[in-house]
Design a protein around this ligand. Structure first.
Ligand SMILES: [Zn+2]
Length: 318
């Protein structure tokens, strides 16, 4: 079928990188796609052709950009630790990228939350020998059929090998490859199972989908996410992050405290403006027309979520 139903999307596909295109397809409005060939299938298919970049960070930690959600990698004698699994279709390129880092087999996988652009690769990574750890709500959503209204899609329960064998509730410390890794659950934020991963020695914080660096975020109200929870998570991140810390977002380039601060301010401002207009009795269409996010739309609203989609997600929660 034709998956480029209007010229705006076609041009966007042409202008953006394959990485961004994957998520554009993933988050594009549902009416663009027929039910039987929805955005989830398209995202998976697009991922199979995506380019993956390996970026070395600090203290032996690298990040893979372009396989879905950003994947952090810590190699070593205990076997590689991966933070998130990307799309299953990106397996050949993930395999090549991992081989370029070291020859250690993958032995450990931590999921930051249950979304498929972070867990789709669980099954093959587990089959290769990875033990999977996540928050208990991540296991819960992967274990049963789970609907995401925002994507108009019901995910089938994952096969047993893809489901995290170990879970935790609040915090967990992991010692691997000579490093100490601290995991912490956010209160419900982007979903109800989001965790941060702190490589304490390298001082790198993977904050997963509580931070989209340069793109308006998706917020999954169907599994516990909300704009207020997202803002609370961003405040928690800012309380943790120092000037020296490297911050890995769920999507977008690796960042730092200043970018995280900008993102918090953007979310708070959007929430205030949308809430004020909604209290005045304005409809969603009227609020979109008032362009409450105009200052950032050109930069933040062209790759992942459109301004209209983002305003809709804020509107839903205020
Ligand atoms: Zn997500």
């Amino acid at each position: 079928m034709n998956i480029q139903p209007d010229s705006r999307i076609s041009r966007r596909r042409f202008l953006t990188s394959t990485t961004a295109t994957t998520t554009v397809a993933l988050l594009a409005p549902r009416h663009l796609f027929a039910q039987e060939d929805g955005l989830v299938q398209i995202a998976r298919r697009t991922a199979a052709a995506s380019t993956i970049t390996v970026q070395k960070l600090r203290g032996n930690v690298s990040v893979l950009l372009g396989a879905g959600g950003n994947i952090a990698v810590l190699p070593g004698r205990d076997g590689k630790l991966l933070i998130d699994a990307g799309f299953a279709g990106a397996r050949p390129r993930i395999t090549d990228a991992l081989a370029s880092i070291s020859t250690d087999p993958v032995k450990h996988l931590i999921n930051t939350h249950w979304h498929f652009d972070h867990t789709d690769g669980n099954e093959w990574l587990h089959a290769e020998g990875a033990a999977i750890l996540a928050h208990e709500n991540t296991r819960k959503h992967l274990s049963t059929d789970t609907r995401v209204e925002g994507w108009n899609f019901t995910f089938k329960a994952s096969p047993s090998g893809a489901i995290p064998a170990k879970v935790f509730e609040t915090e967990q410390i992991v010692h691997l490859n000579g490093a100490t890794i601290a995991l912490k659950h956010y209160a419900p934020a982007h979903t109800d199972g989001d965790i941060s991963v702190h490589f304490t020695d390298a001082d790198i914080l993977h904050v997963a989908d509580t931070f989209w660096n340069g793109y308006y975020p998706f917020i999954d109200y169907s599994t516990g996410g909300s704009i207020d929870g997202t803002i609370r998570a961003t405040e928690a991140n800012l309380a943790t992050v120092t000037d020296k810390m490297i911050v890995i977002p769920g999507h977008g380039p690796v960042g730092d405290k200043s970018q995280l601060t900008f993102y918090r301010d953007l979310l708070v401002t959007a929430r205030e403006k949308v809430a004020t207009l909604k209290k005045q009795g304005r409809s969603l269409d009227e609020i979109v027309a008032a362009k409450p996010t105009a200052a950032t739309d050109a930069k933040w609203g062209t790759g992942f979520m459109s301004p209209q989609q983002f305003i809709g997600l804020v509107f839903q929660g205020v």
